[in-house]
Ligand binder design. Sequence first.
Ligand code: SF4
Length: 259
Amino acid sequence: MKKPTIFNIQKFSTHDGPGIRTTIFFKGCPIRCEWCHNPESQAYAPEIMLNKYGKEETIGKDYSLRELVKKIQADQIFYDQSGGGVTFSGGEVMAQDMDYVVELAKECQRLGISVAIDTCGVAPTENYRQILPYADLFLYDLKFMDSHNHKLYTGVGNQLVLENLRFLSQQQAEINLRLILLDDVNAAKVDAEAIIEWLAKEKIHVSEISLLPYHDFGRDKYERLKRVCTQNFKKPSEEQVEALQKVYQDAGYQVTIGG
Ligand code: SF4
């Protein structure tokens, strides 16, 4: 079983699922979203990044299963009191060594800790099949219904993303669909209508939709990694986001704004 590289362990997180959570950020992602605000999550291996004071720091540390379980278990009292748990995020947790990820989720389940999986959907369907018995919730990103645009902005088409979403829904997984919103790119009414139409056609059941307006908080990280940030996106206005919220609500979905 290969130890994964973890680049952040965020305690008392309230944006990655219900209640108070610990979010584990696995390092390594198979796609390259142009708007990514965690560029240090993309490469699988540890790397050097300058900190805010200009000093070099190694990002990413390998954790044994036992070490990670200990970190997660430390805040179990808060999960129990708030209905929270642990969220495996990234990078892309579903594109890691699945023997490790499944064992970790299994151990959390044995300890009575609820597990959420935050995923971009780009991983073998078999990986989702393996994690399914141990995951209580999937935070599932859907970026574009149009595969050409998906490829243009992330480097890969959306076929696997849609296939895995269909699979999880068929298996009656609890799904929170998370939609990044970029003005002039995927935040128009027609984009929302295309998603609603597809969900209805495919009979996909999602318990909630989260609208996530783009922000550029991660720009400086590219420089600190000695990379060039090419992001040139606009955040949609509040009115635009609220109008989209209404479109989804009118279609019968429970919708929140923000993670
Ligand atoms: S899926 Fe997430 S971590 Fe991967 S490139 Fe896109 S935004 Fe970044």
